[in-house]
Design a binder for this molecule. Structure first.
Ligand code: HEM
Length: 451
């Protein structure tokens, strides 16, 4: 039997827009408590179905994924990311995903992980040499290092001294994409507004550099251990064709955008949680000391060492449970469908929220408590697979998930090996749901170098 989903009452014309804009997480949690399975709300004149249960989320993202395409929000992002993996859809996306997937194979990640170790160790050494008498802005420091890592793993030596200029321009595009997506007014793109002028300048610089790298590699035939190399030489199984330059550009900008802020934000939350839970920090430091040794050393640990840090991984997983950087995802129904008994009309949006799933007491007792042992071996018995999805699920699962987990393990291990960390005050930090789930203010911590 098909029934109409319950509708949450709203105001004429604006529906539930204001309530959601005021406090998205609070409002979503209230709706979850009140409606339990599915509810229809109206945001910005569009009907959106919020889906709360893991089995229904699995249905949308995996079992019937062909009926759920990119929602209109992704159209805005296309201006910045073009037809890259994040924004494209249908057969075009499937083809691109097949081409790009091998670049994220475990073996390839191991190659990229050496770059991560080098960059992370250099960054930690720089922190140690810096002024530690006052607090350190960890949010900013982590944005810087994750940006370096993503640029180096994409373009390695090509970026060279131009790394700072390139990352600056890419970051400008990223900030403007965020602003445009969140702004209720979308100015025409050909108007000379300050943001459009900044966008055009940054885009010109990014394109000139990326197209320059591509042309240079094609001319010289030089091979590199980086993502651009893997994408450049990826061939279609049937036709043997490679990606055109414009597509390579779109994929590079997409990987930068999708891969850098998410990781930085998640690491900042992790550091905040550890500074607030000294016993967990101690246990983590003990594991890291056992595997990597104590304090800073001259030689870099081998990449494989970071794969044998199970508690470090549990800390990262639990931090992403409490604060999933991708806190909500949306899809558009391509044809009429139903979720359980509830009708979902063609053209309407379905919203799933990892944040809600991760805080649902049905699957996570005492959900607000930071407890990495929830991810200890065997602790997930009886927990539905889609109760935890920091990287999404189904065919559109984050392509960079192994990359991100490796990067976070490396950064975290090297940080806690080198430093004790403390909060500078007891003021609570709350999640602020923008495109990623950022802390509502920068996280400042006191770092004390360990011997
Ligand atoms: C903690 C870090 C990260 C988190 C939490 C995260 C989360 C996600 C999520 C939830 C999705 C699915 C979105 C959807 O289904 O609508 C996604 C997709 C994607 N992510 Fe990540 N991501 C992270 C890091 C990375 C990294 C490091 C890269 C690349 C180097 C990356 C590249 C991508 C791409 C290209 C997609 C689109 C995949 C597709 O649709 O085929 N992500 N990410």
């Amino acid at each position: 039997m098909e029934i109409i989903a319950p509708v949450h009452p709203g105001w004429p014309l604006v529906g539930n827009t204001l309530a959601v804009a005021r406090d998205p997480l609070g409002m979503f949690m209230k709706l979850q408590r009140q409606y339990d399975r599915v509810v229809r709300i109206n945001i910005g004149g569009r009907n959106q179905y919020m889906v709360f249960r893991p089995e229904d989320v699995k249905y949308v993202l995996q079992e019937n994924h062909r009926n759920y395409g990119r929602s209109p929000a992704f159209r805005v992002l296309k201006r910045f990311l073009g037809e890259g993996l994040l924004t494209s859809d249908g057969d075009f996306w499937r083809h691109q995903r097949r081409l790009a997937q091998p670049a994220f194979h475990r073996q390839k990640i191991t190659v990229l992980a050496s770059t991560m170790v080098e960059e992370s160790a250099a960054w930690v050494a720089q922190l140690r040499q810096g002024d530690l008498s006052g607090p350190v802005n960890m949010s900013q420091a982590l944005m810087d290092v994750t940006m370096r890592i993503v640029c180096k793993t994409l373009f390695s030596t090509d970026a060279g001294q131009r790394l700072d200029g390139l990352s600056h321009s890419l970051e400008t595009l990223n900030v403007l994409a965020n602003k445009t997506l969140l702004s209720p007014i979308k100015w025409p793109t050909n108007w000379p507004t300050p943001n459009n002028v900044r966008y055009n300048n940054a885009r010109r610089q990014v394109d000139a550099l990326i197209y320059g790298f591509i042309a240079n590699r094609k001319r010289t035939g030089t091979r590199h251990d980086d993502l651009l190399d893997m994408l450049l030489y990826a061939e279609d199984e049937d036709t043997g064709q490679r990606m055109p330059d414009a597509q390579l550009r779109d994929e590079c900008v997409t990987l930068f955008t999708a891969g850098h802020e998410t990781t930085a934000v998640s690491m900042a939350w992790t550091m905040y949680l550890l500074a607030s839970h000294p016993a967990i920090l101690k246990r983590l430091q003990t594991e890291v000391a056992t595997v990597l040794g104590t304090g800073a050393s001259e030689s870099l640990p081998p990449v494989e060492a970071f794969r044998t840090l199970p508690y470090t991984m549990q800390v990262v997983q639990e931090s992403m449970r409490l604060y999933p950087p991708a806190w909500a995802m949306s899809r558009m129904a391509l044809a009429d469908d139903h979720i359980g008994p509830f009708r979902i009309p063609k053209g309407d949006t379905v919203v799933v929220s990892p944040y809600l799933l991760h805080h649902d007491p049905t699957n996570w007792p005492d959900p607000d408590r930071f407890d990495p042992d929830r991810f200890a071996p065997g602790a997930d018995a009886g927990r539905p697979a889609y109760a935890y999805l920091p990287f999404g699920g189904g065919p559109r699962l984050c392509i960079g998930n192994q990359f991100a987990l490796m990067e976070m393990q490396i950064l975290l291990a090297l940080l806690v090996q080198s430093f004790d960390i403390q909060l500078i005050d007891g003021k609570p930090i709350r999640p602020q749901p923008l495109i990623t789930l950022r802390p509502n203010r920068h996280i400042w911590l006191r770092l004390t170098a360990r011997l």
